[in-house]
Design a protein around this ligand. Structure first.
Ligand code: HXC
Length: 291
């Protein structure tokens, strides 16, 4: 039986931790929030859509018995981020963990993008992450409190990728921020790590990245050596570990969780996977004959 769909950490692993999850109203943010709650945390979820947040908060509270604070916040605006931070402190008294999960993305040939379209993605992903990190980080430093930041990036943060160029630029910036501040703010007891998820189907991302019949045309499982997409609980397990005190010595790391997807694309001879086993005998003879 597969155990990767099961919760991993022991009960109370995040007991009384106060966690902000941006983009926590749906998708991976919601999945992570649910597991954090199950582990004893109190979670503030933010996004632009308060109605969706309220529904998610209610649903998560009913399912987990935990406490959820929904906060409307458009993260490219620093004043809104400050207000969110203040609202969390007012309600819970402190912040322990920030998960920069909110993102914006769509596929497009880059030459079709208006300058504003490029900016909108940079503003959500890079500027939004910067705003949340700066607001919460300054608070921790001023209060002499320790903190943990988890940034959600992608594997194309380091490879780059066509057709999602604003997202690739922004996520590369977030990865650089993760590694830079992991060192600079370690003296304040603030840890930074990142997760680079491969395909974990969510409605928000999938409808934008594989719209219409592209889902049928491009079978994502064929791109993944392990032959399947990710399960939300797997990501939640990793996220919970990386924000918990169990990972206290992990700092500045980016953990890829993609079934080997990006390396399959990167390895120069990985295309030889397509060669049938019976052909290898003939190929071996041909190669040896060259000696
Ligand atoms: C070209 C487009 C476009 C498209 C929008 N624009 N969609 N241009 N092709 N498909 C242009 C618009 O014309 C406009 O430019 C500008 O982008 C802003 O569009 P708005 O709709 O006004 O912006 P807004 O309402 O702020 O919405 C932001 C959004 C939207 C990013 C466009 O998709 C959104 O809200 N997304 C949030 C959720 C999300 O994207 N989740 C997926 C994250 S997945 P002009 O010049 O006309 O003003 C991810 C990692 C994936 O990040 C990794 C997978 C492995």
């Amino acid at each position: 039986m597969n155990t990767y769909t099961n919760p991993m950490l022991r009960e109370d692993a995040l007991k009384d931790k106060i966690i902000i999850v941006t983009g926590g109203g749906s998708g991976l943010g919601k999945a992570m929030s649910k597991y954090f709650l199950e582990l004893g945390a109190k979670v503030a979820i933010s996004s632009r859509n308060l109605e969706k947040l309220n529904n998610t908060a209610q649903e998560l509270e009913n399912e987990t018995g935990g406490e959820v604070l929904p906060i409307s916040c458009d993260i490219p605006h620093y004043d809104e981020v400050e207000a969110m931070k203040n609202a969390v402190i007012e309600r819970f008294g402190k912040i322990d963990i920030l998960v920069n999960n909110a993102a914006g993305n769509f596929i497009s040939p880059t030459e079709r993008l208006s300058p504003n379209a490029f900016d909108v993605i940079i503003d959500i992903v890079l500027k939004g992450t910067k705003n949340c990190t700066l607001a919460v980080g300054k608070h921790w430093i001023n209060q002499k409190e320790r903190g943990t930041v988890l940034n959600i990036v992608t594997t194309y943060s380091w490879t780059g990728s066509g057709y999602v160029v604003p997202s690739a630029c922004a996520k590369a910036g977030v990865l650089a921020m993760t590694r830079s501040l992991a060192v600079e703010w370690a003296k304040y007891g603030i840890r930074f790590n990142a997760i680079a998820p491969g395909p974990f189907p969510t409605k928000g991302a999938w409808d934008r990245l594989l719209p219409g019949n592209l889902k049928e045309q491009f079978d994502m499982t064929k791109k993944i050596p392990l032959g399947r997409v990710g399960v939300h609980q797997e990501l939640a397990n990793l996220a919970a570990y990386l924000v918990s005190d169990f990972s206290a010595f992990i700092n500045g790391e980016v953990v890829t969780i993609d079934g080997g997807e990006w390396l399959q694309g990167a390895g120069e001879f990985n295309m030889l996977e397509q060669i049938p086993t019976e052909m290898w005998d003939a190929l071996e003879m041909m190669i040896k004959a060259k000696k």
